[in-house]
Design a protein around this ligand. Structure first.
Ligand SMILES: *[C@@H]1O[C@H](CO)[C@@H](O)[C@H](O)[C@H]1NC(C)=O
Ligand SMILES: *[C@@H]1O[C@H](CO)[C@@H](O)[C@H](O)[C@H]1NC(C)=O
Ligand SMILES: *[C@@H]1O[C@H](CO)[C@@H](O)[C@H](O)[C@H]1NC(C)=O
Ligand SMILES: *[C@@H]1O[C@H](CO)[C@@H](O)[C@H](O)[C@H]1NC(C)=O
Length: 252
């Protein structure tokens, strides 16, 4: 009984510290958004020099920064790599008028910040800053397969291959092809029609009930799933510590 205050007090303090830390992590709010600089973000990431040059020459880069500083909904930017631009047929960019260059770049910008997991539920066609999503000029469609997100324009169909930057106000993604809009680059012969997003959605929703739970399931793990299972582990750890404390105190 003599040891009771010491060991129990220390153990309880540890438990309280653990619980406090877990709660604090659960409640952490996103950092407040300050003015952001799309050019600086892309420069830091490397391999986007052509896109940066176009953002400068069209002044769309400044407009994006202005919008970020004033927008409630944020922005999403699809940034093609230097390779994506050099894979275009020679002279493609030079053949465009200034207005077409602006439209091409605006086609890579959405007026909301969309996270990778939110792409699963967007409705097609998605409106870009180039406008005219519905009348055939600038449709941009999102299709998802598991965690893979594809962007299709009717001219190209390419996956989002990397997240360059993402917070609740700005999402910047790498694409390995320039997103060529129908209005400027015409419609190629209609190839095999891609599965409509709605059908893919249904497939995905059916899966979890058909597939037994376990490490072998191929159903996508979203960010929030990952976060909640981490928290579960923590809480289980907390319960373990609590049990240890109780049994320790009991034994004295
Ligand atoms: C944004 O970053 C670029 C590159 O670091 C810099 O040249 C430009 O001046 C910055 N713009 C603003 C408004 O700070
Ligand atoms: C951001 O917006 C605030 C308030 O509207 C303004 O005072 C500030 O100059 C803006 N900053 C930039 C870099 O545009
Ligand atoms: C985009 O999706 C809409 C709605 O599902 C569809 O009507 C349209 O044909 C699609 N366009 C492209 C280019 O995939
Ligand atoms: C996504 O794009 C890749 C590369 O073009 C293609 O192989 C794949 O089939 C596409 N997936 C969907 C769902 O469109």
């Amino acid at each position: 009984m003599k040891h009771f205050p010491n060991s129990c007090t220390i153990s309880f303090l540890l438990l309280v510290a653990f619980a406090y830390q877990t709660l604090a992590q659960t409640a952490t709010a996103p950092a407040p958004a300050g003015p952001k600089n799309i050019t600086a973000i892309l420069e830091k990431a490397g391999q986007y020099t052509t896109f940066i040059r176009l953002l400068r020459s069209t002044q769309l880069g400044d407009q994006i920064d202005n919008q970020l500083n004033n927008s409630n909904t944020g922005l999403t930017v699809f940034s093609p790599t230097d390779n994506a631009f050099s894979n275009l047929p020679p002279g493609t960019l030079n053949s465009l008028s200034d207005q077409q260059k602006v439209s091409l770049l605006q086609f890579h910008v959405l007026s909301t910040a969309i996270s990778m997991s939110q792409f699963q539920t967007v409705s097609n066609p998605v409106r870009t800053q180039a406008g005219d999503a519905n009348d055939g000029g600038f449709p941009l469609n999102v299709t998802t397969t598991g965690n893979q997100v594809n962007i299709s324009t009717g001219v190209v169909n390419t996956p989002i291959s990397n997240t360059i930057f993402s917070d609740n106000q700005l999402a910047v993604y790498q694409v390995d092809q320039v997103l060529l809009p129908m209005k400027i680059f015409g419609s190629p012969a209609p190839a095999a029609a891609p599965a409509p997003a709605a059908e893919l959605e249904k497939e995905k929703k059916k899966k979890p009930s058909n597939v037994p739970e376990g490490p072998s399931t191929s159903s996508p793990v979203t960010d929030s799933d990952a976060t909640s299972s981490t928290l579960n582990l923590k809480w289980r750890g907390g319960i373990g510590i609590a049990a240890a404390v109780i049994s320790l105190c009991w034994s004295f």
